[in-house]
Design a binder for this molecule. Structure first.
Ligand code: RIB
Ligand code: CA
Length: 354
């Protein structure tokens, strides 16, 4: 087994954040040190509830969940239930969690954990950067203590998904993103943050066939195929609880993409960025100085990359521009299916060998 990567995972759980959590739980070379909840797809309290519920479903109540700020640094919170469902997990109705968030805030957790384990932890942010920005404000030495920072956010040579030029995570809290990019301008070159924007994440196209394969490989029955012609009330009846709830979550996302002219598919941004956090070699990058527009009347939230040093500022980002989507999706299917089977056996008490 390769050396384990220890991660602080900061999410706005959401449907693709949910699959990112499952994927990381499925990776035996990953240690999730804490799951931090940031307002974005849904309000912070719902994000935290989703995090607690997924972890409890998977038998991982040992992992800390912390609750973050109620909203962005200086702008009113916007959420997107139309994209991720009323609770942020599509049609899934997870068993109510019985364990609770930790007493410390997400911001304090960023500070404490990086002080306890300087140079060891990888920060993975798949939501707005509010809590990391608050942590860096409170502790400017934090960036130098992270082993690596990997962000799902931005759009570079690619249209936005929230405005014509802005991607959701950045658009929710542009001030936070600008502060984080600025704060990480001074870290050593080998720790320059990795930024995965829509350029690469919208190439990660999950399809119903992927869900079918996960069900089949996990031994879940019946093996269902989510279809665009299904009645909106259709819900999974497959036996494996992880597969069943994931299927109900992703069905909502398929419908959202279809209803917005993108086909009956789902762009799985966050699970891919989780894979990058564990192994940056799965993507190819270009170095740039990235800043965020916060004043523009029609460009607020845009991530701007200076590829040629025109601003005279040091590079502060390695922007992901290419990857092998099929290789990642095959890995995702295999690992999540195996993990779902393991969880189901543990729940049934039949043990991993059965
Ligand atoms: O723009 C896509 C990103 O915004 C994803 O992380 C999704 O979960 C939402 O947070
Ligand atoms: Ca997200």
């Amino acid at each position: 087994m390769s050396a384990r990567t220890s991660l602080i995972v900061d999410v706005d759980t959401g449907i693709d954040d949910s699959l990112a959590l499952l994927y990381l739980l499925a990776r035996d070379d990953a240690e999730i040190v804490a799951v931090l909840s940031t307002a974005g797809n849904v309000p912070t309290s719902q994000v935290a509830q989703n995090n607690l519920a997924w972890l409890e479903l998977c038998g991982r109540t040992d992992i800390e969940v912390a609750v973050g700020a109620a909203g962005p640094l200086s702008t009113p919170l916007r959420t997107t239930e139309d994209t991720h469902g009323p609770q942020g997990i599509g049609y899934a109705i997870l068993p109510a969690p019985t364990h609770r968030p930790s007493d410390r805030t997400a911001t304090q957790a960023w500070i404490d954990l990086t002080r306890e384990r300087p140079g060891e932890l990888v920060g993975l942010v798949t939501g707005p950067l509010t809590n990391l920005a608050l942590a860096v404000r409170a502790d400017p030495a934090l960036p130098a203590r992270l082993r690596r920072l990997v962000i799902m956010g931005g759009a570079f040579h690619h249209p936005g998904n929230t405005t014509p030029v802005a991607e959701w995570n950045i658009s929710v809290d542009p001030e936070a993103a600008a502060e984080v990019f600025a704060a990480f301008s001074e870290v050593p070159a080998d720790r320059t943050p990795i930024v995965c924007g829509l350029d690469v994440t919208e190439r990660i196209v999950l399809r119903p066939e992927h869900l079918r394969r996960i069900a089949e490989l996990s031994g879940s029955t019946p093996v269902e195929t989510i279809r665009t012609e299904d009645a909106p009330s259709t819900r999974s009846a497959t036996s494996n609880p992880v597969v069943r709830h994931l299927s109900d979550a992703v069905r909502f996302y398929f419908e959202f993409h279809r209803d917005h002219g993108q086909g009956f598919i789902a762009h799985m941004h966050d699970p891919f960025v989780a894979a990058v956090a564990l192994d940056p070699d799965v993507a190819q990058y270009r170095s740039a100085t990235v800043d965020v527009e916060t004043e523009g009347r029609i460009t607020r939230g845009q991530t701007v990359a200076d590829w040629f040093g025109l601003w005279g500022r040091p590079p502060n980002a390695r922007v992901a521009l290419d990857t092998d989507p099929d290789a990642f999706l095959d890995d995702l299917v295999d690992r999540v299916a195996t993990f779902a089977r393991t969880v189901d056996r543990a729940v049934k008490g039949s043990g991993p060998e059965a």
